[in-house]
Write a protein that binds this ligand. Structure first.
Ligand code: GUN
Length: 293
């Protein structure tokens, strides 16, 4: 039976450290601030945004909640981002995705100042992530690269196991900009040999079964079954899939896979709490970067 990686607990201890850090920054006259911009009424997005504000409150980060209607135009969204770019109390801006179809998300993400990019989705920051040659370059204190929150959280979960990443075979299922592509870049920077699998991948089962580290970011309930998992592998489940009754399931069939894997993250209580805590961490680091300027 696999070790369960307790994301809630790991996130809790990072949160405690952040709380102290925020207190110390405040005593020096700097109050870190995060603004969220939600467009429309997507119920899942509303819950995510609410949770982000609650987490800010818990560690003492000031949070600003901006909401535009479902029918907002691209120009209205860009104007809201521009206002936040200029607001000195806001050190980090998060535009909740997905945006309604009339709003070009690339244009919006590119309009966020890279030095206020809470999610690390600005092409400049994604480019810096890709061009970093190793982990050290990614985490240099004097030139913060905000890392996408879920991938950053996944790396912290992997580092919490006693397994090294260097030289391991890692398979990421899913190629989104939010999870798949940046987590592949981070795994590569940590010297893993990385395969990114997706809906067009042939022999997916065989491919996954080679993985020492398997990251499932597909968006389909219980997609990863025991036959796709190498005995002893570290399995990270990024899925948040709601069934008809509102119950949440991961992308991994936890009950069968836990018998075969060496380590596994539960859903809920695995990746989810880490995503939020990394958003708080990015906010604090961006606020510090602001002070350095
Ligand atoms: N939608 C789903 N995940 C995320 C995320 O990490 N950041 C943003 N901005 N939107 C999301």
């Amino acid at each position: 039976m696999a070790h369960i990686i307790d994301g809630k607990k790991i996130a809790g201890s990072i949160k405690e450290l952040l709380k102290q850090e925020v207190q110390s920054l405040k005593s020096q006259g700097l109050s870190p601030g995060l603004a969220t911009l939600l467009v429309g009424n997507n119920p899942a997005s509303q819950i995510y945004v609410k949770n982000k504000h609650r987490a800010c409150q818990e560690v003492g980060i000031a949070s600003f909640d901006y909401h535009l209607p479902e029918m907002a135009s691209l120009e209205q969204v860009l104007a809201a981002v521009e206002e936040l770019n200029r607001n000195e109390k806001v050190h980090a801006i998060l535009v909740q995705l997905p945006l309604p179809s009339q709003v070009d998300s690339h244009r919006v993400l590119e309009s966020i100042l890279p030095q206020k990019d809470a999610d690390g989705f600005h092409p400049y920051n994604l480019g810096r992530l890709l061009s970093a040659k190793d982990k050290k370059e990614l985490t240099q204190k004097d030139s913060v690269i905000p890392l996408p929150c879920t991938p950053h959280g996944i790396m912290a979960l992997l580092e919490s196991t006693d397994q090294s990443i260097s030289g391991k075979q890692a398979v990421v299922i899913g190629r989104s900009v939010i999870v798949g592509k940046p987590v592949a870049a981070l795994l590569l920077a940590a010297n893993a040999t990385v395969t990114v699998a997706h809906s067009q991948t042939k022999n997916l089962e065989e491919c996954c079964a080679q993985a020492d580290i398997l990251v499932a970011a597909i968006g389909k309930s219980k997609f990863v079954t025991a036959s796709m998992v190498k005995p002893g592998a570290v399995v990270i489940d990024v899925g948040i899939n709601r069934d008809g009754e509102g119950k949440i399931w991961g992308d991994v069939d936890f009950e069968s896979v836990k018998e075969k894997a060496g380590w596994i993250t539960p859903v809920p209580g695995g990746v989810g709490p880490m995503t939020i805590v990394m958003l708080l961490k990015n906010t604090v680091e961006l606020a510090r970067g602001y002070r350095r300027k």
